[in-house]
Ligand binder design. Structure first.
Ligand code: MLT
Length: 263
């Protein structure tokens, strides 16, 4: 495992290839292996860095809520340690929340953005309560119940019934997540700022990608982001739910490559 000491923890990461850097930030409750296919695709032309966010994968957990700004600060510190001043910052779902927090905190370090299956809005009051119940459930019962409840929302019904290997891969990623890491991220997501106003100030090229059947961050959320980020491009991935990069890797990769070759 490759890791760097950033802030108060050891952060594990993948660092492949050479060229203009792109940082890919995973969603909840996943880890950096979410991006394996994209890293393999991009490494011939880009330096691809994919961290395990605090509390996930092989990175350390920490006390207290893992807020989006704390995680964004970890990404910035990792970039410092890797001597990357500026990069394309991409994230899927919670990774998108972190990417938006990063863009707000470190605008000069963002050359372009990829916002996949994510949204700009904060949680509703009801959503915050659910997060805190889920955090307690993760800590008291472990990840199996959370994984089983999430799976049908992450993948399309067709994927669930016809692609057992992909279902297993997604489930295994969730089961490997440390309950304390998941709980900290849930509390951190509940605290996140609404970025709806902020995104209107994004000046860099932005690609917004969403699975047509995304049940967690639906197409309408991406359309809202696109209407606010000047010049942004929206790609809707057919036959995909919330983890569109895994469900329709080819469509997702085509969108990513097309975008990166234009920025
Ligand atoms: C994710 O995929 O990162 C989460 O489902 C996002 C969320 O729960 O808001």
């Amino acid at each position: 495992m490759t890791s760097k000491r950033v802030n108060d923890i050891n952060l594990a990461y993948t660092d492949l290839g050479a060229g203009p850097p792109i940082v890919l930030i995973h969603g909840y409750p996943f880890n950096r292996t979410l991006w394996t296919e994209q890293a393999e695709l991009l490494r011939s032309k880009h330096r691809v860095v994919a961290p395990d966010l605090r509390g996930f994968g092989e990175s350390d957990s920490s006390e207290g809520p893992a807020t989006m700004s704390r995680m964004a600060d970890d990404v910035a510190s990792l970039m410092d340690a890797l001597e990357i001043e500026r990069a394309v910052i991409g994230g899927l779902s919670m990774g998108g929340y972190v990417a938006l927090a990063f863009a707000r905190m470190f605008p000069a370090r963002v050359s372009a953005m990829v916002l996949a299956d994510t949204r700009a809005q904060a949680d509703t009051e009801e959503g915050k309560q659910t997060r805190s119940q889920q955090a307690e459930k993760a800590l008291s019962e472990g990840m199996a119940g959370i994984a089983d409840a999430m799976l049908p929302k992450l993948l399309t019904p067709e994927t669930v019934s016809k692609r057992p290997e992909l279902v297993k891969r997604v489930r295994d990623m969730m089961l490997k997540t440390k309950p304390e890491g998941a709980a900290a991220a849930l509390l951190g997501m509940a605290e996140r700022d609404d970025q709806t106003e902020f995104i209107s100030s994004i000046q860099v090229p932005a690609l917004i990608i969403v699975g047509r059947e995304d049940a967690i961050t639906p197409v309408a959320d991406s359309e809202k982001m696109q209407s606010r980020i000047a010049g942004s491009r929206l790609v809707v991935i057919e036959n995909a739910g919330h983890v569109s990069n895994l469900e329709q890797t080819e469509q997702f990769n085509d969108a990513l490559l097309g975008f990166l070759s234009s920025v």
